[in-house]
Design a protein around this ligand. Structure first.
Ligand code: THU
Length: 135
């Protein structure tokens, strides 16, 4: 797992270099490690119509679903300038595909950061049970 996370960190850094961020000039790179061992990168892609911007994390998740269909995410490495936490939309997107223990490595270009479990960043995700009821 450790070697794979290191590899994902390199992929996230490379994806960050490819970010399309002409408006904020804030580059974000992500790399999703799947249980198969595959690594799917994502970067933020901004738009002149600001609301059409997609974050790096959701880009990675969507790319993984588009490529593999059903996915089993094992970890995510995120690279930002100052160890930023994923935004609420991205955390909710993780909750759709990942369990509460899902580790998110909040990193910078200087170093791979420590793992933070999804439950710490999003203690109360919106869930399908809330949508349809479980009884
Ligand atoms: N951004 C991400 O890619 N991920 C996040 O979790 C937060 C924000 C991007 C969106 C936008 O391109 C830039 O960072 C500034 O908000």
């Amino acid at each position: 797992m450790k070697a794979k996370v290191q590899q994902a960190y390199i992929e996230a850094m490379r994806a960050r270099d490819r970010a399309h961020a002409p408006y904020s000039e804030y580059r974000v790179g992500a790399a999703l490690l799947l249980s198969s061992g595959d690594i799917v990168p994502g970067c933020n892609v901004e738009n002149a119509s600001y609301g059409a911007t997609i974050c790096a994390e959701r880009n990675a998740i969507c790319a993984a679903v588009a490529r593999y269909g059903a996915i089993k995410p094992k970890a995510l490495v995120l690279v930002t300038e100052r160890e930023a936490c994923p935004c609420g939309l991205c955390l909710q997107t993780f909750a759709e595909f990942c369990g509460p223990d899902f580790p998110i490595f909040l990193s910078t270009p200087k170093a791979l950061g420590p793992a933070t479990p999804l439950r710490e960043l999003l203690p109360f995700p919106f869930s399908p049970e809330k949508l349809h009821g479980s009884d």
